[in-house]
Design a protein around this ligand. Structure first.
Ligand SMILES: NC(=O)c1ccc[n+]([C@@H]2O[C@H](COP(=O)([O-])OP(=O)(O)OC[C@H]3O[C@@H](n4cnc5c(N)ncnc54)[C@H](O)[C@@H]3O)[C@@H](O)[C@H]2O)c1
Length: 443
């Protein structure tokens, strides 16, 4: 099959590559010239484990190519996937300007056999609007399907190749059958292929993200209550997680969720509800809890170092919104670093892969000169009065505590991901604050 993938970001590049890897001919299109030039040279613009090898292999076998010219890519396609960004608009609703730009460019070159598949996360009803717009322009029936994406950055290839489920929203059964054939190689272990209306498929994506975000805000609220009431969230988490009705997934306390999906999708769903005159009370609370949670460790920082942080060096470990990605969109670390800089601290930050994105993000920050970025985690600790941990990268799990203490001026850790046992940290000579557990001091 021939596939055009419009939008070559985290979703488009990964899914396009996986489709190419099952023998399809895939052309990935993007408006970002620099990104396309890099990809044409085999230089992968994002960090995603395993992706570079797969892109190179499929480029070599001429199944995968990259272009900025949509009108040249589309003719002869069985499917045109749209995977452009749908960021948060000013009022919280999804900004669909990228999507409409693609639809308008697509119309003049769309052939009757081509199915347009919307993979971007879009408000309920968008599929119907896109269908109407294309049919008005072309004066004939156009097949538009909804196919929300559920991959997780950091394990995107695995999620794509072995999805928990594939959801498609179609108006004609034949379109569902064609999509099933395309996905067949990924469904071999009897993974569910769920066919529903486009509206239900669009809503499924929002409901999934809203549920996951709710679990995170729920456990964070419990963590804050535990700390105030003298309970330990880790014990409570285990106590509830073994209940089969509750389970352990997504019930880890921390600095809140970030990334390019949960924050904007929770808000877009709220905007949809409000447009209908409904009040999305749970979603509002989920968002508010999450905003506060990004700041929850800053009280501990000030408790240890005082209100004014000038003259203090603060190290930060982990900047991406979660491990195994370089994506920093809405990462809690950005709130933490911004706060530290604004309160006068010298910030020494480390992340295994996200430093370049962080450099760009803070390039125009008024206190940018007080931020240094370090490839080596221990170098970031040099002379530090305190360490804040924002992301649970695997390599932070068993650090050299001796070396950490030697590097730091004061052995204080504020751990936003509960990586360590408080008792062990006290024994190792650290003041240790974490989430939902009592702080400890060296014995
Ligand atoms: N990132 C994730 O983990 C994830 C998971 C599931 C769903 N989604 C959804 O998938 C969509 C894409 O997300 P992403 O993270 O890949 O975004 P991204 O920002 O990484 O990539 C989007 C790409 O679209 C390109 N683009 C914008 N306008 C274009 C146009 N007119 N023509 C061609 N290309 C254009 C941009 O240049 C960019 O490269 C969003 O709706 C998102 O909510 C993302």
């Amino acid at each position: 099959m021939k596939i055009t993938m419009v939008g070559t970001g985290y979703v488009g590049l990964v899914t396009g590559t996986c489709f190419a890897d099952t023998g399809n001919r895939v052309v990935c299109v993007d408006v970002d010239q620099e990104k396309i030039f890099r990809l044409q040279r085999g230089d992968i613009p994002i960090y995603e484990p395993g992706l570079a090898e797969l892109v190179h292999q499929n480029m070599k076998h001429r199944r995968l190519s990259f272009t900025t010219r949509l009108v040249e890519a589309v003719p002869g396609s069985d499917f045109v996937f749209i995977a452009v960004g749908t960021p948060q608009g000013e009022d919280g609703s999804a900004d669909l300007s990228n999507l409409w730009a693609v639809v308008d460019q697509l119309a003049p070159v769309l052939e009757p056999q081509t199915v347009v598949v919307i993979k971007s996360t879009v408000p309920v009803g968008t599929n119907a609007q896109v269908t109407r717009r294309l049919e008005e322009k072309l004066g004939r029936r156009v097949d538009v399907a909804s196919n929300p994406e559920f991959l997780k950055e950091g394990s995107a290839l695995e999620d794509c190749i072995k999805p928990d489920r594939v959801v498609v929203g179609v108006r004609r059964e034949e379109v569902g059958r064609r999509l099933r054939r395309l996905y067949a190689p990924f469904l071999r272990t009897d993974r569910p292929f769920l066919v529903m209306s486009p509206e239900s498929a669009e809503m499924t994506k929002y409901a999934a993200n809203a549920m996951l975000a709710t679990k995170i805000s729920f456990i964070n609220e419990m963590a804050n209550l535990c700390q105030a009431l003298g309970a330990d969230i880790n014990d409570v988490r285990r106590g509830i997680g073994h209940d089969a009705r509750i389970g352990f997934a997504f019930l880890f306390p921390g600095l809140g969720y970030g990334g390019s999906c949960f924050p904007k999708d929770v808000r877009a769903l709220q905007a949809m509800a409000r447009q209908l005159g409904l009040q999305p009370r749970i979603l509002e609370a989920v968002d508010q809890v999450n905003q506060q949670q990004k700041r929850v460790l800053l009280d501990a920082v000030h408790e240890e170092l005082g209100e004014d942080l000038s003259g203090h060096k603060v190290a930060v470990w982990g900047l991406s919104f979660k491990p195994r990605t370089d994506d920093i969109r809405e990462a809690p670390s950005l709130v933490v670093v911004d706060h530290l800089l604004r309160h006068g601290a010298q910030v020494q930050a480390h992340d295994p892969v996200a430093l370049e994105n962080v450099r760009r993000h803070f390039a125009k920050h008024p206190r940018q000169a007080n931020l240094s970025l370090h490839e080596d985690p221990y170098e970031a600790l040099c002379g530090a009065d305190l360490l804040v941990i924002c992301t649970e990268w695997k390599e932070f799990q068993h650090p050299d505590l001796e070396l950490m203490r030697r590097q730091m001026r004061r052995p204080i850790i504020c751990d936003g991901r509960n990586l360590y046992e408080p008792e062990l940290m006290a024994e190792a000579g650290f003041v240790y604050h974490s989430i939902g557990r009592a702080p400890v001091r060296p014995r």
